[in-house]
Design a binder for this molecule. Structure first.
Ligand SMILES: NC(=O)c1ccc[n+]([C@@H]2O[C@H](COP(=O)([O-])OP(=O)(O)OC[C@H]3O[C@@H](n4cnc5c(N)ncnc54)[C@H](O)[C@@H]3O)[C@@H](O)[C@H]2O)c1
Length: 326
C-alpha cells in the first residue's frame, strides 16, 4: 500500500523551528510532492533547515502566519497541514496580545482555510501544558485541563477544541498531539528562554557549578525530538481523527536526576550547587500515559533519556566548537 504522503502537498507552519524541521526530515522519505514551510524565523532558522534546504521538494517561505493572504495561498495548494507555528509559553505571558494573534487568531484562520480548501487532515501541535498539574500520574488524555493557569495552555486547549468543533460542524479531520518535555539537537541554546539542560551544558563547558533551584524534585517526562517527529507522521498516517494524544516517553525524571544524567553523559564530576527556590512552579509533576498513542497510532517513543542526552551533548559541543572557530 502506498503511503498517504506519497505525492501529497503538505504545509508546515513553523517548519523552520526546532520540532518542525525534524517533521520535514521525517516526511521526506515518504516521497511527498511538495512541502511548504511558512516561518518568520523569530525562533526558527536556516541552520535548522540545512539538511533539506537543497531538496527541490521543500519550499521555504519567509513570512508571518498573521499574513492571511499568504496563509490562504499556501493552504489552497495543500492536501495536509501540520500546524506547529506558535510562541513559547513565556513569550505568551510576556505579551498576551501577540499571544492572542499568533496562538488564537492564526489557529482560527488555519481552521477556516482548511475547511475552505478541503484539507484532508490537520495535525495540530498541542502541549502537556493544557493539564496544568494533572489529576493522575501517569496522566491519561481524559484528565481535565481545569488546573492550567497559563495563557499558552489555554490557547492550546482552545486550539484543540476549535478543531473538534470544526470536525463536528464541517467534517474537518484532525489529530492533536500533546507533547511533553521535548529536547534534542537544535533546541534553543542562546535565546531568552533557554531550557535548563542547555544552562547545565553551559556550566559543563565553563567548568562552573550547575545550579539547582529548590530541592530538585520537580519532575518532567522528557521525549526526544525525533520521536516527536515520528508521532506527527504516525498521526497523519493512522486512520484516526478527532482525537488528542499524549506524546511523552512515559518516564518521570526529577530535575535532580536529570542533572545527574546530564553530568554522566559528559563524564563530568562537577558538583551541583543548591539554591533556594526562586519561582513558584505550579506544575510539580509530569508523566504521560502513552498507551493511547501506542494503541491507536502505533507510536511509542524510542530514544532513551540517556541516549538522547548523549546526542544533545555531542551536538551542543560541536556547535560551541564551530562558534569559537568562526
Ligand atoms: N518544544 C517543546 O517542548 C514543546 C512542548 C509542547 C508543545 N510544543 C509545540 O510544538 C510546536 C513546535 O515547537 P518548537 O519547540 O519547535 O518551537 P519553535 O519556537 O522552535 O518553533 C515554532 C516556530 O514557529 C515560528 N513562528 C512563531 N510565530 C510565527 C509567526 N507569527 N509567523 C511565522 N512563523 C512563526 C517560529 O519562528 C518557530 O520557527 C509549537 O506549536 C509548540 O507550542 C513544543
Amino acid at each position: 500500500m502506498t503511503s498517504k504522503i506519497n505525492g501529497a502537498r503538505i504545509l508546515i507552519t513553523g517548519g523552520a523551528g526546532f520540532i518542525g524541521s525534524y517533521v520535514v526530515e521525517e516526511l521526506l522519505p515518504h516521497n511527498p510532492k511538495k512541502i511548504m514551510i511558512i516561518d518568520n524565523l523569530i525562533r526558527g532558522s536556516h541552520e535548522n533547515m540545512k539538511n533539506f534546504s537543497k531538496d527541490p521538494r521543500v519550499e521555504f517561505i519567509l513570512g508571518d502566519l498573521r499574513d492571511t493572504e499568504l496563509l490562504e495561498k499556501c493552504i489552497s495548494q495543500s492536501d495536509y497541514v501540520f500546524h506547529m507555528g506558535a510562541l513559547r509559553i513565556n513569550s505568551c505571558a510576556a505579551d498576551p496580545k501577540e499571544g492572542f494573534e499568533v496562538m488564537l487568531k492564526v489557529t482560527f484562520d488555519v481552521a477556516q482555510l482548511c475547511v475552505k480548501y478541503k484539507i484532508k487532515k490537520v495535525i495540530y501541535s498541542s502541549s502537556a501544558s493544557i493539564y496544568g498539574l494533572a489529576q493522575h500520574f501517569p496522566t491519561p488524555e481524559s484528565d481535565n485541563p481545569y488546573d492550567n493557569q497559563t495563557f499558552y495552555g489555554a490557547a492550546k486547549m482552545w486550539g484543540e477544541q476549535l478543531f473538534r468543533s470544526y470536525k463536528f460542524m464541517y467534517g474537518l479531520d484532525y489529530v492533536a498531539l500533546r507533547y511533553f518535555n521535548v529536547y534534542g539537537p537544535r533546541m534553543d541554546t542562546d535565546g531568552k528562554y533557554t531550557e535548563v539542560m542547555i544552562k547545565w551544558l553551559d556550566c559543563i563547558r565553563d567548568g562552573k557549578q550547575p545550579l539547582i533551584y529548590g530541592d530538585g524534585s520537580t519532575s518532567m517526562d522528557f521525549v526526544y525530538v525525533s520521536d516527536i517527529a515520528k508521532a506527527n507522521v504516525a498521526a497523519l498516517l493512522a486512520n484516526v481523527t478527532d482525537s488528542a494524544f499524549n506524546v511523552g516517553y512515559n518516564r518521570e525524571t526529577s530535575l535532580k536526576e536529570l542533572l545527574e544524567l546530564v553530568l554522566k553523559a559528559n563524564n563530568s564530576v562537577l558538583e551541583p550547587k543548591h539554591m533556594p527556590e526562586n519561582t513558584v512552579n505550579p506544575v510539580s509533576r509530569r508523566l504521560a500515559d502513552t498507551s493511547k498513542a501506542l494503541n491507536l497510532l502505533n507510536f511509542k517513543a524510542e530514544v532513551s533519556l540517556e541516549d538522547g542526552l548523549k546526542k544533545l551533548s555531542t551536538w551542543y559541543f560541536e556547535k560551541q566548537k564551530a562558534k569559537t572557530t568562526v
